[in-house]
Design a protein around this ligand. Sequence first.
Ligand SMILES: Cc1cc2nc3c(=O)[nH]c(=O)nc-3n(C[C@H](O)[C@H](O)[C@H](O)COP(=O)(O)OP(=O)(O)OC[C@H]3O[C@@H](n4cnc5c(N)ncnc54)[C@H](O)[C@@H]3O)c2cc1C
Length: 464
Amino acid sequence: MALRHIDEPARRTPLVDDYQVVVAGGGTAGVIAAIAAARNGARTLLVERGGFLGGHIASQLLEHSAGWFDARGTRIVGGLPQELVDRLVAAGASPGHVRDDTGYTLSRVPVNHELFKSVVTAMCHESGVDLLMFSPVVQVLRDGDRLTAVIVENKSGRTAYAAGAVVDCTGDADVAERAGCAFLSEQTGAGDTQPVSLLFKLGGIDHAALLDHVDAHPEQFKLGVAPAALRGEAHVNLWGFGPQLKQAHADGVVSLARNELHYSGWALTGEAVINVTRCAVDATRADEMGRAEVVLRRQVQEFTEFFRRYIPGAQNCFLSASASCVGVRESRRIRGRTVLRDDDVRRGARFADGVLRGGFPIDSHDPKGASLDAAEHVAGGYDIPLGALLPERIDGLLVAGRCISAERRALASARITGTCMAMGQAAGTAAALAAHDGLAPGAIDVTLLQRTLKAQGAILGDGA
Ligand SMILES: Cc1cc2nc3c(=O)[nH]c(=O)nc-3n(C[C@H](O)[C@H](O)[C@H](O)COP(=O)(O)OP(=O)(O)OC[C@H]3O[C@@H](n4cnc5c(N)ncnc54)[C@H](O)[C@@H]3O)c2cc1C
């Protein structure tokens, strides 16, 4: 069937303000990018499509932030992201870096996602970042290959903001897409990306009874510690429940076949965040995200019932919260000046323009499989180069977060929140340096950027 069209009338859009740096997307990478740009002297606007800051950490009720140390125990993320962790600890929103009980990685940072929203908002405000909420970026303006302004639509209408440099932290690279950038993800078939999920929180769990079960059946769990070590912990991190999941699927209680789930329990409050739902979609298609919403909300109900019926200590549990939107692991990845290759991650690659470090396992969820069986451990840390944050052709634009220029398995490591925040610091600082000197981000002095980042606590590879 031929596609039908309408022609919209031409319109005049008010240019409301000129900023040195505009950050699109106030999520994991975006809040740090905006704070970094503002603290480095740039007049900065942060534009967020939703009603709160914090991105996936807040919207997904994320169990914990990860990616702060590599497998050798070397710290790979510091600077502004660590300042955020310190602020969370001071606000009672996190115990800071604690052991990963599952042994998958060395440590994790459990987060109270409600307080997280308040803390990141306060940090942006104190740093002098101007905020525009409920304002999706819907279009951009270009002068040749140079991005010059973003256009947002909100309850005030459609308005434009000029920018010396734009940092795209929308997760889905919406700005880069509107700017005409090329994408590595164009080669990825629909449904081949990692699945989307909805995390949910259960209340009313008797953790002591649950830990009795872990004591009696340690073989049902991936444990990095002896079961006794879980007693008395404020946060209990469990990975398993395979036999119960199998039985529940056979009994028709859950429609999705899974052989493991991730359980992150807050022992004192009897709450736990559960990571188990999944659905294969192209997350850049609104109609497919509509289908995912239906499928995942049904799965949340089924798995809540699963806990009540099959998990010791959870007989009286109830659904106390669910993610405010479908969580996306993978969608668009820009084609950058440098592509972070899968093997760069595996071999701990070094780049002369390295501006941050990654080091999380290649954490790839198979959209059709029942487990995380495609995960791959990496021996140590690796550099992420500035070139992976810079689109190949379009200037005036940097990208940070899960839409950087990386091959699929490389991104499966780099998409973790600790790494995304470090990307935010690198991209925000680069944008401020570019705007200060009236340069395109691709033309800045990389050694100056590296020196500035290091002076502000960021961790770069030796020699950078
Ligand atoms: C189910 C699930 C579980 C995960 N578990 C963990 C975990 O346990 N630990 C961990 O460290 N990581 C985990 N991750 C990975 C991690 O959460 C994400 O990869 C990371 O948060 C991505 O950061 P980001 O800044 O790229 O995107 P986001 O944090 O999603 O931020 C993007 C922001 O941009 C806004 N936005 C989008 N489009 C526009 C637009 N057009 N205009 C304006 N604003 C826009 C969004 O509203 C959002 O605020 C998980 C991911 C998922 C999906």
